[in-house]
Design a protein. Structure first.
Length: 158
């Protein structure tokens, strides 16, 4: 677990800080030739869960970054509910991950770049728990660029 103390209570700086850490998780996925999406779960300035896409390694379509981070966080706290926690994820969650977030009762989701085709917002924002606050476009360009670089690399290797 990591602990960070944010003086001046600057929520914007806090969101940028944690999104950079989610991007570091996405870089791990990129290095492993996985779609580079990273996620972390934070509670009271402590990282309690981390994850990145592992769908290729596990041959499992459900091994998304968010799912890995939820599982990690639940193991850390010894419970399935993530109230008073924030999920930071580099790309807007898909329907599956938004649905899973509903069941965790997570307080907040902060995402980097939109996912116009497969993101849950294109299907209906009511997938989140009613108490979950959603914030997007945190380091959106950096998050989107990592995905673009990944698919560009994929196209060049064919």
């Amino acid at each position: 677990m990591s602990f960070y103390n944010f003086e001046n209570n600057n929520p914007e700086a806090e969101d940028i800080h944690y999104m950079k850490l989610a991007l570091a998780e996405a870089e791990k996925a990129f290095a492993e030739d996985e779609i580079p999406i990273g996620a972390i779960v934070v509670s009271k300035n402590r990282i309690i869960g981390r994850g990145y896409n592992l769908t290729e390694r596990f041959n499992d379509v459900t091994a998304h970054a968010e799912m890995q981070a939820f599982t990690s966080a639940s193991q850390t706290i010894g419970g399935k509910y993530l109230t008073d926690c924030t999920l930071y994820v580099t790309i807007e969650p898909c329907v599956m991950c938004a649905g899973a977030s509903y069941w965790t009762q997570i307080s907040r989701i902060v995402y980097g770049a939109r996912e116009e085709k497969r993101g849950f917002l294109s299907k209906g924002a009511k997938l989140l728990h009613p108490k979950t606050v959603l914030k997007g476009d945190v380091l959106a360009e950096e998050c989107a660029q990592l995905i673009k670089n990944f698919f560009l690399k994929k196209r060049q290797s064919f």
